[in-house]
Design a protein around this ligand. Sequence first.
Ligand code: S3P
Length: 439
Amino acid sequence: MSERRVDWISSPAGPLRGELRVPGDKSISHRAVMFASLADGVSRITGFLEGEDTRATARAFVEMGVRIEAPGASERIVHGVGLHGLRAPAVPVDCGNAGTGMRLLAGLLAGQQFDSTLIGDESLSRRPMRRVIEPLAQMGARIDSRPGGLPPLHVSGGQGLRGIDYTLPVASAQVKSAILLAGLYANGETRITEPHPTRDYTERMLATFGWPIEFGAGWARLTGGHRVRATDVVVPADFSSAAFFIVAATLVPGSELVLSSVGMNPRRTGLLQALRAMGADIWPANARELGGEPVADLVVRHAALHGIDVPVEIVADMIDEFPALFVAAAAASGTTRIRGAAELRDKESDRIAVMAQGLRALGIEVEEMPDGATIHGGQIGAGEVDSCGDHRCAMSLSVAGLVARDVVRIRDCANVATSFPDFVLLCNRSGFSIEEARG
Ligand code: S3P
């Protein structure tokens, strides 16, 4: 989405100290705008992520006739139009870099009476959409794509959907959510079974917005034809954005950092388990609920890490945190093995390849497997690496620079604005040393 070419120069620095709050959760922000738009009445969202991805989703609903006010930063007032109140957008809906935006909207738009087209940036245009097209087609939807199930997606309206009983072939909260959103418009019951439980924000939020839904770990079911009732949503800080600081404070001697109000949904916090098994010192303080989600203030102190075999059962619970874990593993003593994580190859970039290449360029020995990698920890060296336009790889590689022997230049970092626009500012405030350079 970002046109600018920006490189970062991350230098050894630290320790990291103080307290900071990272921006609002991306997954929850996308969903909050969607459900508030479909609601009868006015909803207020606080803690909304002001990232390019979530703003693109909000813009999509504005184009479909929803009035959305932004009275302050990270705040939205959404004047819902009701389940059947959306209008045909005059232009293709641009989801930017956001897989969540495109996949969830595919399900939602499949239930409308009008035709629509979903487009995205270069990275999103390479990402697999067959995983949503197939189950939605089983529900009666008509979605045409480029060959290979690639975007743009042309969604034909007025199809008359029916509920399905669907077992997901891969663990994906986006696919699950697309089917549930189509299920709102379907006749009869929609049932979903997952191979591993994934984040359940769609299920929780539907319940908060008054839609009858039953769900548990790895399953969900609902029927179509109810109403979405407006409600206020408080978005916790994004665990995935906190992850870079968690790893950074763990790696730099003398660090003690507090990350406040971080979302602690158990389907998101697998990284904590992995890092603790590696020897990390991370404690949740003030555990409480915020907007129906568990949150805590995470206290992170420096600790020496050792390599582990990452348990396959926690892979889905840390799917977005592997770039950060690669860096933790590179700085740990011994070997870390990651397996059962083939999904990483279909994210904003092929994250196994990008992180393996980046760490190798910094002198770390990494072997790549189709579904993971083996990382031999050591001293991270200086050099130039390419994030390949992947926001999470860019931020993770800046953490590598923090503990490297000398300066690391990271290419192509502009897409960090999709999920964490103030990353560099917060980093430098807490003890990093990152300079932006025009590429
Ligand atoms: C997300 C689900 C995950 C995750 C993505 C956000 C969501 O994707 O990687 O960043 O908000 O539902 P998959 O469903 O493809 O695993």
